[in-house]
Design a protein around this ligand. Structure first.
Ligand code: SF4
Length: 244
């Protein structure tokens, strides 16, 4: 799975130039979770991350490349939750190294969809996440109580890694949080859109989209993303078979 590799490189170029704290995965360090999403009312909120009017981006990138995939790690660029005093910019980016499933492209695609879904199964206490897939943003309301109890990005990152690693196809997960006002949130949002475009194109391909580039609305994406056309021509007939 190399379709997202250029997006991973561009993401790392944007994040690697910022000062960062890094923690290796420690499943014992997770923040307590709820079984479903918790409502944090505004009057009990300390602040909002990625609130409207602030920078915000959220996306997941996949690779089979060991070097690009990184390690099970949490990376924080910017202030931690205890030091944030008011609404601020926020991005959460996840890079997942997945096993090579190249023999069966459809299996790879299903894995991506299953894994994407896992992000909705993390419900940390006092941390209400609102994802807006159409705008590639993630907005989080953090409760005063959670801040008092010591909630941190390190602990939250462990919750996400634990959730992603429940999928046996995930070899490693790197979770990057950004709150640094110096980060380029509009560039990150543009990468979030491209990532969604790649995943969306894969969806169409596996739904049996005809392989006719001359009339295809996805041509711009396929011209830009290396490997996409090869993938479609490789699975083209197979996709149509599935439909009937
Ligand atoms: S390979 Fe061609 S037909 Fe297939 S999705 Fe891309 S542009 Fe469309």
């Amino acid at each position: 799975m190399d379709l997202y590799n250029s997006l991973i490189k561009e993401t790392r170029e944007l994040t690697d130039k910022l000062p960062a704290q890094v923690w290796d995965y420690d499943p014992k360090a997770v923040w307590p979770s709820n079984s479903s999403s918790e409502l944090v009312l505004q009057k009990y909120a300390a602040y909002e991350l990625g609130a409207s009017g602030k920078g915000s981006a959220n996306y997941v990138l996949f690779t089979s490349n060991e070097e690009l995939g990184g390690k099970d790690q949490v990376i924080l660029c910017g202030k931690d939750l205890k030091d944030i005093k008011s609404d601020c910019d926020f991005a959460r980016i996840v890079i997942l190294r997945i096993g090579v499933l190249d023999d069966d492209d459809e299996a790879v695609y299903r894995t991506l969809r299953d894994i994407e879904f896992a992000k909705y199964h993390v419900y940390p206490q006092g941390y209400m996440v609102r994802i807006s897939p159409e705008s590639y943003r993630e907005q989080v309301r953090v409760s005063k109580e959670a801040v008092k109890k010591g909630i941190s990005f390190k602990a939250l990152g462990m919750n996400y890694i634990q959730a992603y690693k429940q999928d046996p196809n995930v070899i490693s997960a790197t979770v990057i949080f950004l709150t640094d006002p110096a980060a380029d949130y509009s560039a990150l949002k543009a990468l979030a859109k491209k990532s969604a475009d790649v995943t969306g194109t894969l969806t169409h391909i596996f739904e049996g989209l005809p392989t006719d580039c001359s009339v295809c609305a996805l041509k711009d994406i396929c011209d830009e993303v290396e490997g996409m056309k090869e993938l479609h021509f490789g699975v083209g007939d197979k996709g149509t078979d599935h439909k009937h």
